[in-house]
Ligand binder design. Structure first.
Ligand code: IVH
Length: 446
């Protein structure tokens, strides 16, 4: 092997990695796309001619040729907790009171920020949690959250996400490093994917979160590469003794460290002293038009020492909470109503809507729940419905604007026969749910 070629391959890898970090982490490209593509091709050709030059962190090694057969289960070395929710500032204050009690601190005085706790506020990105493991600086594994204890090893797909570094940007990597963050889809990319699905006759994804989570679990990593997933890192677990010098002592320093290691970190994060500043941050971003879906603000104690003191409940860290944005409501027209039969045989009326943007996603279907709700709302096809998204995957119709009912609107009630197998539907007395009783119904077997 000509050492000059080896040297060239190394230089190309290093430059392409640097260019990716400049692009994805710092939003400050250092290479034109066409220049990047040309250099990438050169590396690819070198590697094709001399396969011994290929390294696992080469940017050419992101997407494999062979689809995976399944995703093995992996146990997380450090469990992934979820967050307690607060739905308004009062609930946030109650959380802080509990936190202060656990920390053995006096209630925070009114006025001023003296003696107030310091928090980091981060946007709560509505995507899918991802746990990354780096061994000696190389990406070893990417796993879904699963139940928090064990998830699925989706490494081939994680490698296909361009903004996730295959190698940490440090000359002194620790033996093991765990990074956590959120995989998400930019809204523009989500809409592009749904447009493509509609023209291919495939059902659209309900929202960017579903689309991101579904994409992560695709067996073919080429599909993952074609849907441009993004990533924001928000947590870092490092072994004792690393980094040499001074390890991070605050969440804010963790975010800076993550950036230095080459991870994209949401630039809107902010240190806030006291809940007054936290609520200002929340008001600032609630309802803002962002290029991705966010469903609230995550509030974290900044000091890692205090985080440790506060600890965890059975389910949640006591040192962090999600302050959720309130559900939003919008009006839109009902084009049709379908009776959808679920796995349990439950029949749910679902409204097909004129697509409408709602809390960051394009909504085209909404649940009408059951026969009682249909009657209560007096729903007609052609009506203008008020649709709300309250954290559920499928939004719901919460009202009808009867003043806007057109003359040709058609009343709707659930069919008497199963739309799938034509068995007569039943509704046991005292129950809200209408069901298909046929155990062989294809909807149940699906
Ligand atoms: S911190 C122990 N920070 O929200 C702390 N989570 O139920 C755990 N999420 O599953 C999470 N943005 O996937 C954190 N800036 C952020 C986040 C965030 C989104 C997700 C995460 C988690 C869920 C909380």
């Amino acid at each position: 092997m000509d050492p000059k070629l080896e040297e060239r391959a190394r230089e190309l890898r290093t430059l392409l990695q640097k260019a990716s970090i400049a692009y994805y982490v710092h939003d400050a490209p250092i290479l034109e796309d066409s220049v990047y593509d040309r250099l990438y091709r050169e590396l690819q050709e070198l590697e094709r001619a001399y396969p011994e030059l290929v390294t696992p962190d080469s940017p050419t090694q992101r997407v494999g040729e062979k689809p995976a057969e399944h995703f093995p289960t992996v146990f997380h070395r450090i469990p992934l907790y979820s967050l307690e929710n607060a739905f308004n500032p009062e609930e946030l204050e109650e959380w802080q009171e509990r936190l202060l009690r656990v920390l053995g601190r006096a209630p925070v005085p009114d006025g001023g920020t003296e003696g107030e706790l310091e928090y980091v506020c981060e946007l709560k990105i509505d995507g899918a949690a991802l746990a990354l493991t780096y061994i000696e600086g190389l990406l070893e594994r990417g796993a879904t959250r699963g139940d928090g204890q064990a998830g699925e090893d989706i490494t081939p797909n994680v490698r296909a996400i361009r903004s996730i570094p295959l190698r940490l940007a440090t000359a002194d990597p620790p033996p093991v490093l765990e990074v956590r963050g959120e995989v998400y889809l930019a809204l523009a990319e989500f809409e592009r994917i749904n447009r493509e699905r509609c023209s291919a006759g495939d059902p659209p994804f309900a929202n960017p979160r579903n689309c991101a989570a579904g994409t992560l679990r695709q067996l073919d990593s080429r599909v993952v590469a074609a849907r441009k997933l993004s990533f924001f890192a928000y947590a870092l677990h490092w072994p004792e003794g690393w980094p040499a010098g001074d390890p991070p002592q605050t969440q804010w320093q963790c975010l800076q460290q993550l950036k230095e290691l080459g991870f994209p970190v949401n630039p809107l994060s902010q240190v806030c002293r006291g809940l007054g500043e936290v609520i200002q941050f929340y008001e600032r971003w609630r309802g803002a038009q962002l290029p991705y879906a966010s469903d609230g603000v995550v509030v974290k104690l900044n000091s890692l020492r205090l985080q440790e003191e506060a600890g965890f409940t059975q389910k949640f860290p006591r040192w962090a909470i999600a302050l959720k944005y309130p559900a939003q409501e919008v009006p839109t027209r009902i084009r049709a109503i379908l009776a959808s039969v679920g796995r349990t045989g439950a029949v749910t009326p679902v409204a097909e809507l004129e697509p409408v943007p709602l809390a960051g996603t394009l909504v085209s279907r909404a649940s009408l729940h059951n026969a009682d709700r249909l009657r209560e709302l007096d729903v007609h096809i052609g009506d203008t419905a008020i649709v709300r998204k309250a954290g559920e995957i499928i939004p719901e119709v919460v009202g009808i604007l009867k003043e806007l009912r057109p003359a040709d609107a058609v009343p709707y009630s659930l069919p008497s026969q199963c739309p799938e197998c034509h068995a007569p539907l039943v509704r046991p007395p005292g129950e809200a749910v209408t069901r298909c009783p046929n155990p062989e119904c294809p909807a149940k077997l699906r």
